[in-house]
Ligand binder design. Structure first.
Ligand code: AGP
Length: 625
């Protein structure tokens, strides 16, 4: 996720772009840049670091101009650096581009351009767009007279992936071109000025009249009007929309808090995590179920040593440790590799035993957690090869690990992790299934069935979110409970751990998770009429067992909620409430079963008057021991 903006009008563009980028900085903050058209010449300024670094640099010079584009970056391809920051320009330096999204076929396009003597300066996927526009600008029918739009339309035919793009060119001081597919882009319509941005708040200082660009629509912004086109170049006529959000709620996309926004972003985040790795190798019809898939990680190679690794060790903290717990069940279930999961802060002090053939995994949203880094460094010193799963490109973890899988969740602002967790799970499932297949432990048919199930998870997450009012109502009745216990077995136990952490960190309710079978060994002594017990029940073979556990707690006065599959009737007679999630494979359930718990924690926090985005005593990134 990155933020892009652009302006054409009467005002000096630099302060306008910087003002918009401040509003977009939540979308990415590892670097920022602008390009301004000044007397037919493009001036590009960019800097690694927060937007303030760029602002300080710009404070020392005057850049005049009334047309420009800007970008705030959340690195995906290429580490955060001045060079990799946007805007990117073509070889002539007369075309500048900013981009939010991922160009999946950029490697092929780069080779194609290099074969035509184009020299690349950055490691980004975006740079291919600038060079391609120049290529078609110079060579498309009609040559340069074909214009910028014709060149952009040619380029769109070649791009695969997601993008919101803005383009300016020295030869066209009267226009700015913008286009989107699968990444947001909004056109703001002002008086004598028009602008674009990835999100509404960046436009509100200028206008409330907007076009929400649809996928594959192209906008040409002039000073006095805006034209919209299809990607075939046909003109589109439609009325603008009026935005009446206040600025604060607009920053959160209309949601009351970043946490709620990020919970909702999980459906898209699943798709973003999956899309570059799930390859369609055959397609007999348009339906997901008829496709044949494989998993392919462009960023890592799973050589033969992966198939023969004797053990996987995973270390992490907090929510990431819970993802590791799901990983334990997933790797053992699909690939039959023994997995040891360790809390990173424990691992570093217990004199762990290394085996050079082990796969050592570290999981961290931020890639900066002190204990996780220390555990990784210890393992590395002992000769282990490290695979990191992280959300932040250029983080310390990503730089020091041997192999990196990015979760592509986009920036997570709320302290309580939600979309980072579920995308960590998605990466784990992809790895576990691929290893299972490499070790011939998952049959070809089962492999396809699981991959089809993964491809459906994004839509199923939307369905769970569509029923959030039920959870809100439930939370409004239960938020004052003194104790909330989550219980489950196997995958459901791992989800219980994460559910209890979510609830305690933002609602400050005393909540714990138990492996349901452990209840009788002690925890049941805590159960009374002030207790809510949430049972996660998605493992069919253990339904009878968990049903008994539910009876054990309700007969001692506890209220109960069961989270289970749609169509499961067995729990209604024994629980106070049942919340159902769409059916997927039992072994993939954590991808969906955690969402009701995230919502429950969120609504309890709100009911109790807490700020879920900034819970007391907690920090987003724990960079000290
Ligand atoms: C989760 O909601 C937390 N706030 C916290 O447990 C977090 O997961 C933990 O500190 C690890 O962070 P990391 O993923 O950035 O390493």
């Amino acid at each position: 996720m990155c933020g892009i903006t652009g302006y054409i009008g009467q005002q000096q563009v630099v302060p306008v772009l910087l003002g918009a980028l401040q509003k977009l900085e939540y979308r990415g903050y590892d670097s920022a840049g602008i390009a301004v058209l000044n007397n037919g010449e493009l001036l590009v300024r960019k800097a690694k670091g927060r937007l303030t670094v760029l602002e300080e640099r710009l404070a020392h010079e005057t850049i005049a101009g009334t047309l420009g584009i800007g970008h705030t970056r959340w690195a995906t391809h290429g580490e955060p650096s001045d060079i990799n920051s946007h805007p990117h320009t073509d070889v002539s330096g007369r075309i500048a581009v900013v981009h939010n999204g991922i160009i999946e076929n950029y490697a092929r396009l780069k080779e194609w351009l290099q074969a035509r003597d184009v020299v690349f300066r950055s490691d980004t996927d975006t740079e291919v767009i600038a060079h391609l526009i120049n290529y078609y600008y110079q060579t498309s029918p009609g040559g340069a007279s074909g214009g910028l739009l014709a060149a952009v339309l040619e380029v769109l035919k070649r791009l695969e992936g997601s993008y919101a793009i803005a383009v300016v060119a020295g030869d066209f001081p009267d226009r700015l071109i913008a286009v989107r597919k699968d990444s947001p882009l909004i056109v703001g319509l002002g008086k004598g000025e028009n602008l674009i941005a990835s999100d509404v708040p960046a436009l509100l200082a200028h206008t409330r009249e907007v076009y929400f660009l649809e996928d594959r629509e192209v906008a040409i912004l002039y000073r006095d009007h805006v034209d919209l086109f299809t990607e075939q170049g046909e003109k589109i006529l439609r009325a603008p929309s009026h935005v009446d959000w206040d600025v604060e709620s607009a920053e959160k996309g209309g949601f009351a808090h970043f946490m709620l926004k990020e919970i909702h972003e999980q459906a898209k985040a699943f798709a973003d995590t999956l899309r570059p790795r799930l390859k369609t190798i055959a397609q007999s019809s348009g339906s997901t179920a008829d496709a044949e898939y494989d998993i392919n990680f462009d960023e890592i190679t799973l050589d033969a040593s992966w198939a023969t690794a004797p053990r996987i060790v995973i270390t992490a903290c907090g929510t990431a440790w819970h993802a590791a717990m799901v990983g334990k069940y997933a790797f053992e279930h699909f690939a039959r590799i023994p997995v040891e999961v360790d809390i990173a802060s424990e691992y570093r002090y217990r004199g762990p035993v290394f085996n050079r053939d082990d796969i050592f995994m570290v999981i961290s949203q931020s890639g900066e957690t002190a204990d996780t880094l220390a555990a990784m460094r210890l393992a590395k010193k002992g000769g282990a090869r490290i695979l990191a799963i992280t959300n932040v490109v250029g983080s310390t973890l990503s730089r020091e690990a041997d192999l990196v899988l990015y979760t592509w969740a986009g920036p997570e602002i709320a302290v309580a992790s939600t979309k980072a967790f579920t995308t960590q799970l998605m990466c784990i499932y992809l790895l576990a299934l691929k290893l299972g297949r490499l070790r011939s432990l998952v049959s070809g048919t089962d492999y396809q069935r699981y991959l089809v199930a993964l491809a459906r998870v994004s839509a199923q997450a939307e369905m769970v979110l569509g029923k959030k009012d039920m959870i809100q109502r439930f939370a409004s009745r239960q938020f004052n409970k003194h104790k909330v216990f989550f219980m489950g077995r196997l995958f459901d136990y791992a989800v219980s751990l994460e559910s209890a952490l979510k609830l305690k960190e933002i609602s400050y309710t005393h909540s714990e998770a138990f492996a349901a079978g452990e209840l009788k060994h002690g925890p049941i002594a805590l159960v009374d009429e002030n207790t809510l017990v949430v049972a996660i029940a998605t493992q069919h073979e253990l339904f009878d067992k968990i049903a008994s556990n539910i009876r054990e707690v309700t007969s001692r006065g506890a209220s109960s909620l069961v989270i289970t599959w749609e169509g499961e009737k067995g729990f209604s007679p024994i629980a106070d409430e049942v919340f159902t999630i769409p059916k997927t494979e039992d072994s993939l359930s954590p991808l969906l079963s955690i969402i009701p718990s995230q919502l429950f924690a969120y609504y309890c926090a709100v009911q109790r008057g807490n700020d879920p985005d900034k819970p007391r005593n907690l920090a987003k990134s724990v960079t000290v021991e």
